[in-house]
Design a binder for this molecule. Sequence first.
Ligand code: ADP
Length: 466
Amino acid sequence: MSFLPDGSILKINNTLLKWLGYQREEIIPQKKITDLISNGNNIHYQMFFWPMINMSGKVKEVNYDLIKCTGELLPTLFTATAVKDAAGKLIAINTAISDITDRKKYEKELLNAKEHAVSEKKRFEILTNLIPEIIFTADSAGTIDYLNHRFFQYFRQTKTTFTIRSLIAKIYKDDRKKAIHAWTECINNKNNCEFEIRLMSATNEYEWHLIRLNPFYDTEGAVSKWFGSCYNIHKQVEALQRKDEFINVASHELKTPMTSLKAYLQILEQSEVPENFKVLVEKAISSFNNLQFLTTSLLDVSTINSGDLNLNFSRFSLSALIEECIEQVRFNYQSHQMIFEKQPMMPAFVLADKERMSEVIINLLNNAIKYSPDANKVIIRLIETPADFVTLEIEDFGIGISPDKSSIIFNRYYRVNNEASNKIKGLGLGLYIIQNIMLKHKSKIFLRSVPGKGSVFYFCLPLTGK
Ligand code: ADP
């Protein structure tokens, strides 16, 4: 479009006519540029455009809304050049106009998105400040970039005094290495993680905390943020310690009477007793075995907690040991058939602690039977795995374990809390003990399970020659 210094429109192309919805005769010579520019923009035109074009002869990319024939506004960008005569007098203004409706739309969307993000951030902060625990976020490299109010309250710090160094100084010195290692491992592996450390409170006392880190992935699958929490578990840890102390004392106190009881029962078993007493002696021995199994578990927990779990290694046939364990378990449970599937001629010689290994197998068999009250079989598989390893699998067809519980069930005193499990009694110690036994053998117990269908607990050991 071109127009004269008095604003009268001289030329207008078809494109602009189409955008505005006018016929050429409706514009030339009736309308002036100021008639086409919106009221709001007219002030800018007078105060900026006009002086600029006179002084410098150019105006670049100013944003004016033009009025369409319908009264609607069309957002545009104006770039103008002055046309002057030989004496330097302004005779016309040539303008190039572009429609920036889409750009405006995107700018608006961007602005809305930004406003939305700011309000979401505020919501997040309000929520995290309501929580009585410490909440934080970190960038993709693991550098903390947000801490809620509780953090500053707990450590009596201010936003200005806080540094990573000051935070590390709050970690109990024996836990620092563990914390830094767990944090960097988690950031590098891009996985959820949790670890327990002691932190110094405002009253200068160390308290146990559970730190949890969860990655947040962007649409391309890269970690863009870490969300973390720091949960005070001091009371729980103290309660656990009291439980451990009680179990330690109780298990040692039980040892002596149990030994005497065992001796008396053995004498009775070998003595001539009236026929009708024999069945009572058998029942007493069976009850004693159950009691012994329980007290052994309690003793084992004390041994593991004090770090005194030592192994006596010997070479033996795992296959033969499994047969013995099955026999022993069969004595207590007749409800289930125990099917031992193994390759023929497979003694599976291993170097391990035989007594401890039998404890592992018996515990897994007991659990397989206990937690499958509606089934009637358990399958035991001994499989030779490549690279001279042997795998022992114990499969049941019982209540199963949900995936979120598959690692926590190995914690001491942990029992799954649901209708099916609550009907079955236990102390929550078996898996903790046997996982520790396997870890001492540089191995580990794994689990595959489908809730409602059953579970397979399994572990591997290296073979030591055929
Ligand atoms: P306990 O059986 O004495 O409770 P464990 O340490 O042996 O203790 O097992 C811990 C928990 O794991 C159990 O309470 C139970 O909820 C679950 N569990 C163990 N074995 C099985 C299994 N074979 N099937 C289903 N749940 C199991």
